[in-house]
Design a protein around this ligand. Structure first.
Ligand code: PAF
Length: 284
């Protein structure tokens, strides 16, 4: 595996494989690799000839400086994991390489950036994601880029961005990988204290409660979200939101009469976690 630091190094390294028609897969990350990242690297390997992983903790998408400072970073460990998983190139630029002096462009994706995560983290969160992902797509020019379903709203922002700007990249969304107790894998999980780590499993339990009600025929979204919130409160977790939305637009639903996605965000101790689950009515 080669570690690349600059845009020109990436372009030089990929010139030859691209000219030979080799398919390039990109997994954009902020590091602190876990099995969720590993599943994306493996998937990229199945579809592509060259796998590029970007490792960049993007300051532009953090609305809270303390959150940016606390974000786990261990490039040496990440590089060892990526090499073990046969990643071909690790692109680990500095902040100055991505945002050089005078940088003043922002990519902003409309309505989908404004609700839920956009409302709670601030509009600049998805603007920061959209801007850095556009840059990564332009620098690496992947055939396929891989993202995890855990960040469901982010995947819609990126799909919209790629479609609206005619970016020649396929956006592939891969399933959430979970711990044995159901907690969605996230780089932030390592910041949880042992007690908070145990309580954090309630996020997934709240989504499973929603799914069980829907499978039993319940269609009233108010009753379903109330039951999911109770599951969180029983674990002394105050949700930021529990909502049931249209998976393609994130518009809130009042009844489950079409495909629906339950989304949850909550602070467990000092760590903010998100999760989601498709809700499937039982076949009648
Ligand atoms: O999901 C993430 O890790 C980040 O939001 C991403 C897509 C790498 C952009 O910084």
């Amino acid at each position: 595996m080669r570690t690349l630091r600059t845009v020109s190094e990436v372009r030089a390294a990929l010139r030859r494989p691209r000219s030979e028609g080799r398919r390039i897969g990109l997994v954009p990350t902020m590091g602190a690799f876990h099995e969720g990242h590993a599943s994306l690297f493996r998937r990229a390997h199945q579809d592509c000839d060259e796998v590029v992983v970007s490792l960049f903790v993007n300051p532009a998408q953090f609305n809270d400086r303390a959150d940016l400072v606390a974000y786990p970073r261990d490039e040496r460990r990440d590089a060892a994991i990526a090499a073990e998983l046969r990643v071909d190139y690790l692109f680990a630029p500095t902040v100055e390489e991505i945002y050089p002096h005078g940088f003043s462009t922002s990519v902003s994706v409309g309505a989908i950036s404004e609700v839920l995560e956009g409302e709670h983290r601030g509009r600049e969160h998805f603007d920061g994601v959209a801007t850095v992902v556009t840059k990564l797509f332009n620098i690496i020019a992947p055939d396929i880029a891989y993202f995890g379903q855990k960040d469901a709203q982010q995947t819609l922002v990126i799909r919209r961005l790629a479609e609206d700007l005619n970016l020649p990249v396929e956006v592939e969304v891969c399933p959430t990988v979970r711990e044995p107790d159901g907690l969605a894998m996230s780089s932030r999980n390592q910041l949880l204290s042992p007690g908070d780590r145990a309580r954090a499993a309630a996020l997934n339990r709240s989504l499973q409660t929603a799914q069980a009600l829907v499978a039993a025929g319940q269609a009233d979204v108010r009753l379903i979200t109330a039951a999911a919130e109770t599951e969180l409160r029983n674990a002394a977790i105050q949700p930021e939101y529990v909502q049931i939305v249209d998976p393609d637009t994130f518009a809130p639903l009042a009844r489950i009469d079409r495909p629906a996605l339950a989304v949850v965000a909550a602070r467990v101790g000092t760590v903010r976690l998100i999760d989601n689950q498709m809700l499937s009515p039982s076949p009648r």
